[in-house]
Design a protein around this ligand. Sequence first.
Ligand code: SF4
Length: 385
Amino acid sequence: MGFSLYVHVPFCERICTYCDFPRVLHDPRTADATLSLIARVVRALPDGMRERPVATVFFGGGTPSCVPAAAIAAILDAVRQSLRLSPDAEISLEANPEDVTLDWIRAIRDAGVNRISCGVQSFTCAGPLGRRHTPQRAVEAVATLRAAGVDNLNLDLMFALPGQGPAELDRDLDALLALSPEHVSCYGLTLAPGTPLARDHAAGRFATPDDDAWNALYARLQDRLAAAGYGHYEISNWARPGYECRHNLRIWEGADYLGLGPAAVTRWKRWRWTEPVDPEEYVRRASGCAWPGEGPPPWAGQAEVVTATGADIETLLTGTRLLRGFDPARLAGRLEEACICDLRAKGLLWQTDGRIGLTRAGLPVADSVLDCLVAALRGPEERLE
Ligand code: SF4
C-alpha cells in the first residue's frame, strides 16, 4: 500500500556534453522558489496521498547537491510532518563529486538522507563528458562521504565512452572498485541527438565502440563486478547483497510513485502525469493552486489514464530489465506463448514456473527482445479500459 516519492531537482552548475535530461543551469533564485514550492505542495497533498506510507524517497536531477542542504531538509521536514514516512524509509540523493564537502554531507545526513548516489561517470574520461570533477576530486568526494558516515553509497559509471577499449574500461573499474561502493550503476553512453557530444561524433572527432565491441565491454563489466562480489540485479545496476536500490526496485516492480518538481513523472493508481518541465513555468502554474483530489494536479503538464495496454508494456519494459525477470501472470495470458518459445529457443529468454527474464545473451539486446515481446501482446482493442 505504500508509495515512493521522487523529487526532481533540475538545476546543474554546468551542462554535460551528452545530457538530454530535463535540466537547466542553476539559478539560485529559481531553485529557491522551486524547492520552497515543492515543500508547500507536500504539505497540501490530497488526503488519499497523505494516508499511504511513504516507503522510499529519491532526490534526483539535475544535481540535487548543488542546492543548499537546507532546501532538501525543508522538503524532508514537510514529508515527515505531513505524510506517513516509514521509519525505515530509504532516502536517496544524487550528488556531484564537485559539490561534496564535509559540512554539506553532514547537513544532508542530519536531514535524513541515508543513501548517496555519486555521479562519477568516469575516472579517465570525465573531461570530454563535460563533467566538472577531476579523477582525484571524485576519490576525495568518496573519502569525505565515508568520513561523514555514509554507508550506503552508489557510484555511477558510464561505459562505451569515446575511444574506450577494454584497457580503458579496466582502469575505470579498478578506480571504482578501489573505493568499494555498496552499489554500482553503469550505463552505456548514448549519443542523444542535438547534444554537443553527438555533434562531435557526427563530425568524426571521436569514435565509439561498434556493437561487438560494446557487447564485449558490457560482458567485461558483468564479469569484473561479479568477481568483486556485486550481484547483477538490473540491466545497468549491481549491488552488494542487501544494498539494491529499494526505490528503483519498487518502481520497476510496478509500485505507485509520486513525482514532485519540474519534469517529474507520477504513476498513481490508473493515472500518469508529468509536471511542467520548465522550472519557472512550474512555479508560475503551481503556486497558490489547490490540488483537490488524487488525480493529476491542475498544473500538470501532461496527464493520461494508463490503458491496460500501457500497463502491459510497462510490465515488459521493466521486467526485461530486471535480472529476476517478471511474473507473466501480471499479463494474464495476453502475451503470445509462441513468441516466448521463439526467444527461449534463441537463448535470449529464460523461463521458470513463475518468472520470465533475459539470459546473459539477451541482456545486451534487451531493446530488440522488448520490441518482440511488445509486438506479441494481443491487440490493443481488447484491452483498452
Ligand atoms: S549533471 Fe546530470 S542532469 Fe546535469 S547536465 Fe550533467 S548529466 Fe545532465
